[in-house]
Ligand binder design. Structure first.
Ligand SMILES: Nc1nc2c(ncn2[C@@H]2O[C@H](COP(=O)(O)OP(=O)(O)OP(=O)(O)O)[C@@H](O)[C@H]2O)c(=O)[nH]1
Length: 717
């Protein structure tokens, strides 16, 4: 572009600096000392104060902020080994029983695909965006299931019953997650519609949020699902949750990225039927289907199947994607056709592609079964001539109950006059526990029950996790359900503080909860300890678990050797033992008493020291015996050594013969004459030995005559 407007183009008008008027004045005002044309260095020299910092603190803060920003920018690049489309991210939905896991998955699937899921079984794959697929898995409520889920979860949705509080399952899963490279975790509070008091709801939300933050990290995301509408979570809340999952970043976990693994979404037993017919326990061939994650998988590699074992792969085949990502055409959002989902185990979809076959699944209500022959009288006669296969199928139509259902209802008696034994109903657990512990628990733990338990069922069992622990598991029987509530002392502390604050602001708020909690605090003996255990990011319950494991194995050697301070005297202990023994003896079956009376070393105690070795208990001393411990007490640094000297002197004085080998002089003890005739042979043998020694000594002296002199010498070479 030329200035002269060559080529027919219009020239740009150059900027004209104002020389008069308001804007010219303004400029001259803002720049009284014109520094135009000066370099930055020169400007600094001219006015150093303008470039100096006014506050050192502020400067320091700015500097650290700049460094932080710089550091954040720098990160180790993650290597993505995935070829082609990335495998779906696995979203594990975990929580205690009946918290609403299946319902949440159903609602999320409905939101993403507009399909109703009849049943949640196995992984459910859906297309959630143009570049993203998700796989929902419901975590089973057993520890093995939790371990398996922790291995493949990219995101864990921890469902918590808000009306009830934290349960043990959540913490168990969190602990397992930590051992598998902590994936993304999000909390979801359900059953919030059970709160009638808005204030109480708000408070509970706050409390649970802070506890959640303490366990994971400050600011961890916690969603609230406020209730159900037509048996489903509200659309808005599900939409928000789904949005959050859709945009979430899943940084690859290093171990997983360098190992190949498959979350199996379908499996097929492809063993030839005749082989199974010949031998029902023959080795089976099983085909497993699923998305491959991590790195590549080769034929012949040994694969570990959780809960089954290690097996070599006989072959790996790449199949067509059952739930492909939509086309990359430039358009906003997903079309309805592209909202695919794949859930072979949940009984969805009509076609099933196998390695060697295609199955067509037809819903039962579309199938017209032929009428049962027995229903019409004519058919009975015809039925006699029917084919055996037809007969079998017809009889199958008649069965009302499946084998499992029949087994559940079945019962048997071991002896003729005994009542029938059948599987106990779940409610049968209740009276058992109540009978055993209800009395004592009501007495001791009645103070520690909070409002939810009061409402539902006051009878509960408590297990203290160690003496120092601030974390307790409380087994509560809640409307026929056994629930394992997690109770934190810290939590109670916070509650108390909160209630105190609230009391100031609103004294009329007399919640049962607060009362209960205050009682707990005032009555609990470890209130001083609680103050020490302030809320922090460190999870105290995990610490206590470690401590307990360590303390089980530790033996206090000091206590074993020197005894417990203020322990009973040995006589007292003996008396106690005698009493115990006599009591035991009284109720013992025949022959048992003798075993117990043998006060040898306890076999269990032997295992504590080294369980890998077999130790014969007969040859060992019982180091629990106080007399035995006393007998060696003076052999240690802290013992009385003068006693030992005295004993040596006495033994020397009384023990009799002593012979100085240097001089050949012989000292005889006071009691030498007490040696009887029976020891004569010994004396002769000793005499012989002495002569031998003297002869040897003479020989030695002859060989090394210089050793007879005490004068030090050296050899000159
Ligand atoms: N009132 C209320 N009921 C809920 C809520 N969430 C779930 N439910 C109900 O709780 C019951 C259990 O829900 P599920 O989704 O089967 O729970 P789950 O965790 O899958 O149960 P399991 O698989 O047996 O462990 C259902 O009847 C739900 O309707 C909620 O937020 N409020």
């Amino acid at each position: 572009m030329g200035k002269g407007g060559e080529g027919g183009e219009q020239p740009h008008k150059s900027h004209r600096i104002r020389k008069s008027g308001a804007s010219a004045k303004k400029k001259s005002k803002s720049k009284p000392n014109s520094t135009e044309g000066l370099s930055k260095e020169q400007q600094k020299i001219n006015n150093p104060k303008a470039f100096a910092f006014t506050s050192s603190k502020k400067a320091k803060r700015l500097q650290s902020r700049a460094t932080e920003k710089e550091q954040k920018r720098l990160h180790v690049p993650t290597i993505d080994r995935n070829i082609g489309e990335p495998a779906p991210f696995v979203v594990v939905v975990q929580g205690p029983p009946q918290v609403g896991k299946s319902l949440l998955i159903k609602c999320l699937v409905k939101h993403y695909t507009k399909h109703n899921l009849p049943e949640v079984r196995g992984p459910i794959t859906i297309v959630s965006g143009k570049q993203r697929r998700l796989q929902f898995v419901e975590c089973p409520n057993d520890i093995n299931g939790m371990i398996d889920c922790a291995k493949f979860a990219d995101l864990a949705l921890l469902l918590i019953d808000g009306s009830y509080g934290f349960e043990m399952e959540t913490f168990e899963f969190l602990n397992i997650l930590q051992n598998h490279g902590f994936p993304r975790v999000m909390g979801v509070l359900t059953h919030l519609d059970k709160f009638e008091d808005v204030k109480k709801l708000k408070k509970t939300k706050q409390r649970l949020k802070h506890r959640f933050w303490t366990e994971i990290y400050d600011g961890a995301k916690l969603f609230y699902l406020s209730g159900l509408i037509h048996g489903k979570y509200t659309k808005r809340e599900v939409h928000n949750l789904a949005r959050f999952i859709s945009v979430m970043k899943f940084p690859p976990l290093s171990w997983r990225a360098s190992h190949s693994y498959i979350l199996v979404d379908r499996f097929e037993d492809v063993t030839p039927p005749e082989k199974v017919h010949m031998n029902s326990k023959c080795d089976r061939n099983v085909t497993l289907y699923g998305y491959l994650r991590g790195c590549n998988l080769k034929k012949g590699t040994k694969a570990h199947i959780t809960g089954v074992g290690d097996y070599p792969l006989s072959g790996v085949t790449a199949l067509a994607d059952p739930c492909p990502l939509p086309s990359v055409a430039k358009k906003k959002g997903l079309r309805d056709k592209e909202k695919l989902f794949y859930a072979p185990m949940a009984g969805l979809g009509e076609l099933l592609y196998d390695k060697d076959a295609v199955y067509i699944n037809i819903n039962d209500h579309f199938v017209q079964f032929s009428k049962d022959g027995a229903s019409n009288p004519e058919g009975t006669e015809k039925g006699k001539q029917r084919d055996v296969g037809v007969e079998l199928v017809k009889s199958l139509q008649n069965t009302k109950y499946s084998v499992d259902e029949k087994l559940e209802k079945s019962s048997f008696s071991l002896f003729r006059k005994m009542p029938h034994i059948s599987e106990p109903p779940t409610s049968a657990i209740e009276p058992d526990i109540k009978d055993g512990d209800s009395d004592s628990d009501e007495d001791s733990d009645s103070d520690e029950e909070d409002d939810t338990e009061d409402e539902n069922d006051p009878e509960s069992l408590e297990k203290d996790h160690g003496t120092q622990s601030n974390f307790k598991e409380q087994i509560v029987l809640d409307g026929g359900r056994v629930r394992r509530k997690a109770i934190f002392e810290n939590e109670m502390d916070i509650d108390n503080k909160d209630s105190g604050e609230d009391d100031d602001s609103d004294s009329s708020d007399n919640d049962e909860t607060e009362k209960g909690d205050e009682d707990i605090l005032s009555d609990s003996p470890s209130s001083a300890d609680e103050e020490e255990n302030e809320m922090g990011n460190i999870s105290k319950w995990k610490e206590s678990l470690l401590e307990r494991t360590a303390s089980r194995r530790n033996i206090d050697l000091m206590q074993l050797v020197y005894g417990t301070p203020g322990s009973k005297s040995s006589d007292d202990m003996k008396d106690d033992d005698v009493e115990e023994e006599s009591d035991d003896e009284f109720f013992k079956p025949k022959g048992e008493g003798k075993k117990k009376s043998n006060k040898g070393i306890n076999d269990n105690d032997v295992d504590i020291d080294d369980c890998s070795k077999f130790v014969s208990t007969g040859s060992l001393k019982d180091w629990k015996d106080t007399d035995l411990i006393k007998s060696i007490r003076d052999r240690f640094v802290t013992g009385n050594w003068s006693k030992a000297d005295l004993r040596n002197q006495l033994s020397e004085g009384t023990a009799g013969d002593f012979e100085d080998m240097e001089t050949g002089q012989k000292y005889e003890g006071d009691h030498a004459d007490e040696v009887g005739n029976s020891n004569k042979d010994d004396a002769l043998a000793a005499e012989e030995r002495k002569l031998k020694k003297l002869a040897l000594r003479a020989k030695f002296d002859a060989q090394y005559p210089f050793l007879l002199f005490d004068v030090p010498f050296c050899l000159d070479v």
